[in-house]
Design a protein around this ligand. Sequence first.
Ligand SMILES: Nc1ncnc2c1ncn2[C@@H]1O[C@H](COP(=O)(O)OP(=O)(O)OP(=O)(O)O)[C@@H](O)[C@H]1O
Length: 406
Amino acid sequence: MACHLASAISSSLRITNPTPTNSLLSFPPTLSHLLPFHKSITFLSLRSSTIPPTKPLQVRSVATPTESIAGFDDMVAGTERKYYMLGGKGGVGKTSCAASLAVKFANNGHPTLVVSTDPAHSLSDSFAQDLAGGALIQVDGPDYPLFALEINPDKAREDFRDAAKQNGGSTGVKDFMDGMGLGMIEDQLGELKLGELLDTPPPGLDEAIAISKVMQFLESPEYNMFTRIVFDTAPTGHTLRLLSLPDFLDASIGKILKLRQKIASATSAIKSVFGQENTRQDAADKLEKLRERMIKVRELFRDTDSTEFVIVTIPTVMAVSESSRLSASLKKENVPVKRLIVNQILPPSASDCKFCAVKRKDQTRALDMIQNDPELSTLSMIQAPLVDVEIRGVPALKFLGDIIWK
Ligand SMILES: Nc1ncnc2c1ncn2[C@@H]1O[C@H](COP(=O)(O)OP(=O)(O)OP(=O)(O)O)[C@@H](O)[C@H]1O
């Protein structure tokens, strides 16, 4: 196949900016000094016998946001804490973009925390460093402190499952409800689906609890230092469910707690005889805390001053369609979303192999779709190139970040 990696253009790659100024963005003659792990990193382009290796390759710019939306200067300004959530379809480059943003913030003076709430974590792979274990781990390399946190959803859920277990050693809903003093009205609570939440939680719950865990962490002094927090979120489906979960949980837990209060006086005498009052109170407290945090998560997602959700996509019809739906849902839920990263764009070339020509046509169609999509066309589009090596480690993430975040 003619689509070889672009070592042929490493020494003189130049990218033209498509803005009216047509300014040139020059890449270092070779990127090997930036990327010690690889001789050079270049856009996946064509080895074309028609392009002499010394001739600068003029390609249309990538990574140029729409003018009307402020760029990285705006993102980096100020020391008050800001949250960036990157989300989109599976495999489009959410982690790479989130990690590159975190590196860029840290290199611009912000003590930064990057958090993965995706049950299938890939921050460790992206930073080429072991960040597993659910604790804060410092990432080696950036100028200012950059810490990573991979939330383990199972662990985060343990607290709530424990509440059920404490009531008789079973994880069953019935026992949990009994423990809450609600056994006799369990049927009435069926539609609240608390049992499902505890026993077989829907995907969004993992993430909601993971994010609420982060909210809990952020209340502790250890986390005060962070002025930028970047979330690498789970794929779209989880995010959509997550968005409606706080309301759902708030309503469910609110109802449960209210019902519990109503019957508390009637059952307290019996409970104290059986010596389970404290345990039950614990369970209620945990639910109440979960509810409070869920409200905070909901507020955080909708706070235009401190939060931005960045959609990451790739130029394929399927990914663009999914991004459009995600954008519509985010807007409906009043989640602030301004930017759309279109990742893995083939850079133009003077001559395409057959495979690349077809691929490029496909990508052009998807990009046109974005321009004509009522949801996506209003967002600031940032086009990021497909590069010819895997983006792993801080130098590579810095390289990607300098292209994307301007
Ligand atoms: N612009 C790019 N050029 C080349 N490779 C890329 C680019 N962006 C991402 N990749 C590669 O694509 C793969 C998937 O990227 P990444 O893990 O960031 O995606 P993701 O959306 O977070 O995936 P998941 O949904 O599985 O968590 C990785 O191997 C990454 O190195």
